[in-house]
Each structure stands twice: as structure tokens, then as C-alpha cells.
Design a protein around this ligand. Structure first.
Ligand SMILES: *Cc1c(COP(=O)(O)O)cnc(C)c1O
Length: 383
């Protein structure tokens, strides 16, 4: 690989694989509009390049979803003009800027709705909002009983346009969908009540990746994939899917040594070599999102071989026992997340070893890890 020698580590992000995953969303939902979730730096993959790519190649991607105002503003500053939904709503002081930059807030309380109306009147500019309803996640949203009054209030504000209503699944990833079905039926009842009263039924959306993959009747007017775009399934029992993880993380070998049996390795001397060992020091640590809990538990890939992490993971470095791997040289890169030949250590496998959540591993890849974007597929740009 022709990389500048000083690069300690990098994340290689395959945009062709992102396209493959988008095709998989389509295979599940057909032409249903897509609200692509790019919060948390696009799950660690780089919000601006990912959003730009999806915006250019996305076909039925109707909108992008971020968690916070600042994330939406960063996309706007990068020149992205597509609709952007702010999933966690907004603080009062952000409202004027949200309207000015044409971001779409999720709203879940009447006070914020009023403040949005006032700011819209002041700017003489209309604003679209989505209303969040809590159907069982217990996190954000008004209760189903409050929907009617909320919608009537919106109706009295000519500059506030209720474009969408949404809710969120608590456990559509489980094999047992009974709770997800309950959540869907609450939404369907609300839609039916609104229709009966002649209230405009806006775009209604509910399905995250788990809903898309596992609960077809929940797709409604729009779907909100996050994880599956990045190539992983959230399902408890993933079926045969053609999702491809789009990010690999590599770290450089910066020291190699052969040490005798009985040599302590890293902070706290939690590992003592049990034989004459070849130890590689690689340039990635918990500051880069390689969890400390992988101390003496993690596995990386060196020259196509799985090699164990020995001793404690440090802030900037991790140590590997490469005694049984093919010969390595200083400057070689090991695979921290990814695959080499038939051997793999994808983020879901890393999460299992670290006894954490797959999403946390992806989002946790640190800011100092350089993202490199590649295409592995030539030809048509359409998805
Ligand atoms: C993060 C998020 C999603 C995407 O979830 P995935 O499981 O990654 O598909 C969808 N909707 C909301 C409201 C979210 O916060």
C-alpha cells in the first residue's frame, strides 16, 4: 500500500460498498423514500463525505437525519442543500438559525412549537417540522393522547408546516416483534384518527434498519436506515443479507521485538510472556476508539493471521503477540477492523470481544484517525 510513512493509522471507507448497502435498503423497501441517518459523524464514517456521496447517488433519498443542530449546520456549511432532519429537536436559542439555514427540527413539546412559530413570524419565513410521538421507546416524543391538540395548534400557525410525524422502535431487532407491533398499531390508530377528523396526514416514518430488515409492514411513508447503510445488520438473527461493512481500520507497526519468556508487557504488567515471544507495538489506542476493555482480549489481523492483543490497551498504542504470524516489518499495517483474505475482524466481532455494542465501536473511531475514501467499483454512478 502506498501510504505516507508517517501515517499511524487510517480508516478506509469504501463508497462502492455504501452503494451496495443502499441497494439492499431498496431491495427491502422498493421506492419508499429514504431518510438516511448520518448522525454521529455518519456512525464514524465521516458525515460530510458520506452525505455528499449519498446526496449525489441516492435516488430516493429524500432527506438526511442528524442528531443535533450543530451536525446539521456543519452539513449546510459544507454546501449540502438537501432537507436535513434534526432528530433530537432544538434548544430555544438555536431556533432562529435552524429556520435561517432551512433545517427541519423534530418537535415534541408545545413550548418549542410556539417558539418556532414566533421565530418564523419574525423572519417572515415558513418552517417545516416533524412531530415525534412516543409509542413505547420512552425517550422522546409526546404521548399519543396529546397528538390531536398539538396538531390543532400547528394548524393555527400558518408559517409552521407539519411535514412529518415519527416514532422510534425500541426493539425491532429482536426475533420477537410483539412490542414493535404494538408500537406500529399505536401509530396506525393515530393516523386513522387524524384522517377521520380531516387532518392532513403528513409523511409518517418509524422504521430504523431493524424495522426495514425485519418488519415489512412498518415501512409507512418513509424509512430511516442508519446501521445497514454502513454494512451491518442490527438483527438478533441476521438472515442472508448482502450488506458489506464499508469501513476498515488499519494501524501501523511502530516497533517489533523478540523478548524472553517472563517479560512483562504494558501498564500494570497484566501480561507476562509465557514463552520467547515476538511483540509488535501498533499505533492505535483507546484515544482512537480501540476499547480499553480489549486489553488481553482483542484480536487484530497481521499478514492474514489473527493475533492477540497482549497487556493493556494504551491511549495511543496497543501491543500484539505476533510470534505465530508471518514475519512483519516496521511500517507494515495490521488490520484492526476489517478482513484480510479469509480472515476477518469486523466491528461486530470487535464489539463482541469488547462486550459492547456494535454501534459504539463504529461511532467511537476517533477524530484523529484519518478517513480515506475509495471506490472499488467502476462504471455507472447510479445506484
Ligand atoms: C439512529 C436513529 C435511526 C437509525 O437507526 P439504525 O438502527 O442505525 O438504523 C433511526 N431513527 C432514529 C430516530 C434514530 O435516532
Amino acid at each position: 500500500m502506498s501510504l505516507p510513512k508517517q501515517t499511524p493509522h487510517f480508516a478506509e471507507i469504501n463508497l462502492s460498498a455504501l452503494k451496495t448497502n443502499l441497494r439492499q435498503v431498496r431491495a427491502q423497501v422498493g421506492n419508499c423514500p429514504i431518510l438516511a441517518i448520518v448522525k454521529a459523524n455518519a456512525y464514524g464514517h465521516g458525515a460530510i463525505p458520506i452525505t455528499r456521496f449519498l446526496s449525489r447517488h441516492g435516488g430516493n433519498i429524500k432527506m438526511f437525519g442528524v442528531a443535533f443542530f450543530e451536525e446539521g449546520l456543519a452539513l449546510r456549511s459544507a454546501g449540502i442543500q438537501d432537507p436535513i432532519l434534526i432528530l433530537t429537536g432544538c434548544a430555544p436559542e438555536q431556533i432562529p438559525d435552524i429556520i435561517a439555514s432551512e433545517l427541519t427540527p423534530v418537535v415534541f413539546d408545545v413550548q418549542t412549537l410556539k417558539a418556532i412559530n414566533q421565530a418564523a413570524v419574525k423572519q417572515g419565513k415558513s418552517v417545516r417540522i416533524h412531530l415525534k410521538i412516543d409509542t413505547g421507546m420512552g425517550r422522546l416524543g409526546i404521548s399519543p393522547g396529546e397528538v390531536r391538540a398539538f396538531m390543532l395548534t400547528v394548524r393555527s400557525y400558518p408559517l409552521v408546516v407539519l411535514e412529518g410525524i415519527l416514532s422510534h422502535f425500541a426493539e425491532a431487532d429482536l426475533y420477537d416483534l410483539s412490542f414493535a407491533k404494538k408500537q406500529l398499531s399505536i401509530i396506525k390508530t393515530i393516523l386513522a384518527d387524524c384522517a377521520r377528523e380531516g387532518m392532513d396526514i403528513p409523511l409518517c416514518h418509524l422504521a430504523n434498519s431493524a424495522g426495514i430488515l425485519h418488519f415489512k409492514s412498518a415501512k409507512l411513508d418513509c424509512v430511516r436506515p442508519g446501521l445497514m447503510l454502513y454494512g451491518y445488520s442490527p438483527l438478533e438473527e441476521p438472515g442472508p443479507l448482502e450488506l458489506k461493512p464499508i469501513m476498515q481500520v488499519k494501524a501501523r507497526v511502530i516497533m517489533l521485538k523478540t523478548v524472553p519468556k517472563g517479560t512483562p508487557i504494558s501498564y500494570g504488567r497484566t501480561f507476562i510472556t509465557q514463552r520467547k515471544s515476538r511483540i509488535a507495538t501498533v499505533a492505535i489506542g483507546y484515544a482512537d476508539g480501540y476499547p480499553f476493555s480489549l486489553s488481553n482480549r482483542g484480536i487484530m489481523i497481521a499478514k492474514g493471521s489473527l493475533v492477540p492483543v497482549v497487556g493493556r490497551v494504551c491511549m495511543d498504542m496497543t501491543l500484539l503477540d505476533v510470534t505465530d504470524a508471518p514475519p512483519l516489518a516496521i511500517g507494515d499495517f495490521v488490520t484492526v477492523i476489517g478482513s484480510e483474505g479469509s480472515v476477518s475482524m469486523w466491528a461486530d466481532q470487535v464489539a463482541t470481544l469488547a462486550t459492547t455494542h456494535l454501534y459504539e465501536i463504529l461511532c467511537g473511531i476517533g477524530a484523529r484517525v484519518e478517513r480515506r475514501y475509495i471506490h472499488t467499483e467502476e462504471g455507472s454512478d447510479s445506484v
